[in-house]
Design a protein around this ligand. Structure first.
Ligand SMILES: [Zn+2]
Length: 392
C-alpha cells in the first residue's frame, strides 16, 4: 500500500531532511506531502529538537519567482527569511527513495486577506471574510495560476496537492478567537460564507440570476436565524428549493471554479494535480463529501480535471472512514487517497490506527496519507510503521 505523510517544513529542516527521509523509508512511508504555502498555523512538535511549538502566519515556505505574479504575491514566511526551506528539503530528498508532493493551500490566508481586502470573499451583508480570497476575483485567479506554476516548476514534485482553492467554509475554520455566540447551523454557515463580492455578483448576473433577490433572501434568513425565527437545523436543500435565486447563485460558482481548477492542472502538468475534499472540522463537526457543492465544487467536473483526490476522513469511528472512502470512490472516477489523522483527538492506540487503516483499504482506498510527521509523537509514528508492516 502506498503511504504518504503530511509534513511542515520546519520539522524536516530542524531534524535534518536526510535523516527524516531515512526514518520515513524505514517506517514504510514512500511520499511526503510537504507544505509549501499554508494558512496560519500553530503546531505542537513533540520530537522536534529545536522548538516544541511553532506559529506561522499564513505564508509560503519557498522563495517565489516574483516575476510570475501580479497584484498578489506569496507572503514569504517571516521566520524563514532569506532561506528556502522547500528548496533545502527538495535538494536533500533528491537521492532518497521517498518522493515529494507539494501541499499547497492557495486561498485560505488571513494575511493576504488583511493586505488585499478587495480580494476577499464578502458575506451577504458585504463584510470582508478576511480568511478567504475569492476564486471569482481575477487578481486571485492570476495569483493561483502563478502559484501553481511556481510551485510545480523546477522543484521536482511528483504532484501538487491543493487544499481550499475553493469558496471556503462560511465561518473560517476558527483560530481567530472567534466569538460566534449564535448557533448558525448548516444553513446559516453556508449562507454566511456565500460570497457576494463584485465578481461573484457579476458572474451570476451574466448567468441570468436575480442577484438582488438572492442577496436579500440570504440576508433575511441570517437575520431570522440571529433572531431565533429560523431553526438552526433547517434543511439546506429544502430551503434552497424554496429560494431558487440563492440556489442558482451558488451554482454559478461551480463553473467558475471548475475553469480555474482546469487552469491549475495545465500550469502544474506534467506533474499530477490532486485535490483535497473536506467539509468542516474534525469528528462530528465534519460532513461528507456530498457537501462539497457548498464550496462551489462540481465533483463530476473535478473528476475530469484532477489526477486524484484525497478525502480527509478524520473521524474516530471507522465506519465513517469507510463511508467517506466509498462515497468518494462512487462520486469520482479518479484514484482516492484516504487521509487519516493518526493521533489525538481521533485515535489513541495502535489497534485503533490499524482499524482505521484496514477500514480505508477495505473500502477501496488507493493510497493512504497520514497526518502528520512533526505533530505526531514518536510513539504514533512507530504505530504507523508497525501497522504498514503488518498489513503488507
Ligand atoms: Zn466572490
Amino acid at each position: 500500500m502506498n503511504a504518504s505523510i503530511w509534513a511542515h517544513p520546519w520539522d524536516l529542516v530542524d531534524e535534518g531532511p536526510e535523516a527524516v527521509a531515512e526514518r520515513l523509508d524505514d517506517l514504510g512511508i514512500d511520499t511526503v506531502n510537504l507544505a509549501t504555502t499554508m494558512h496560519s498555523v500553530q503546531t505542537l512538535n513533540p520530537h522536534n529538537p529545536e522548538r516544541k511549538t511553532f506559529f506561522a502566519d499564513a505564508s509560503a515556505y519557498f522563495q517565489p519567482d516574483e516575476s510570475r505574479y501580479g497584484e498578489l504575491t506569496p507572503d514569504v514566511n517571516e521566520t524563514m527569511g532569506e532561506a528556502d526551506w522547500v528548496g533545502e528539503i527538495t535538494d536533500a530528498f533528491a537521492g532518497s527513495p521517498v518522493a515529494l508532493r507539494s501541499w499547497t493551500v492557495p486561498f485560505h490566508s488571513s494575511k493576504q486577506g488583511r493586505n488585499h481586502p478587495d480580494a476577499t470573499m464578502r458575506s451577504p451583508f458585504g463584510d470582508s471574510l478576511v480568511w478567504g480570497l475569492c476564486p471569482s476575483n481575477p487578481d486571485v485567479q492570476e495569483y493561483g495560476r502563478a502559484l501553481a506554476a511556481d510551485v510545480a516548476d523546477a522543484r521536482d514534485f511528483e504532484a501538487v496537492e491543493m487544499e481550499l482553492a475553493d469558496y471556503q467554509y462560511g465561518t473560517g475554520y476558527g483560530w481567530h478567537h472567534q466569538e460566534f455566540f449564535t448557533e448558525l447551523g448548516p444553513l446559516g454557515e453556508f449562507l454566511f460564507g456565500l460570497c457576494f463580492c463584485e465578481h461573484c455578483r457579476a458572474n451570476a448576473t451574466d448567468a441570468g440570476v436575480d442577484v438582488d433577490a438572492a442577496r436579500e433572501s440570504a440576508q433575511d434568513a441570517l437575520d431570522a436565524r440571529f433572531d431565533g425565527d429560523l431553526a438552526a437545523d433547517t434543511d439546506v436543500g429544502g430551503w434552497l428549493a424554496e429560494h431558487p435565486a440563492v440556489r442558482d447563485y451558488a451554482h454559478v460558482r461551480r463553473e467558475t471554479l471548475s475553469e480555474l481548477l482546469e487552469d491549475f492542472a495545465d500550469e502544474i502538468a506534467p506533474a499530477d494535480f490532486t485535490y483535497y475534499l473536506k467539509m468542516g472540522g474534525l469528528g462530528d463537526d465534519r460532513m461528507g463529501i456530498e457537501h462539497s457543492w457548498k464550496h462551489g465544487l462540481d465533483l463530476d467536473a473535478l473528476s475530469g480535471i484532477v489526477d486524484g483526490v484525497t478525502v480527509l476522513a478524520y473521524h474516530e469511528d471507522p465506519t465513517v472512514v469507510r463511508d467517506d472512502v466509498r462515497a468518494t470512490r462512487t462520486m469520482l472516477d479518479v484514484p482516492v487517497t484516504a487521509g487519516i489523522l493518526a493521533g489525538h483527538p481521533i485515535l489513541d492506540s495502535k489497534a485503533r490506527l490499524r482499524s482505521q487503516i484496514e477500514t480505508a483499504v477495505d473500502a477501496g482506498a488507493d493510497r493512504l496519507s497520514f497526518y502528520g510527521y512533526g505533530v505526531l509523537p514518536e510513539r504514533n509514528l512507530e504505530w504507523i510503521g508497525d501497522v504498514l508492516d503488518a498489513i503488507e
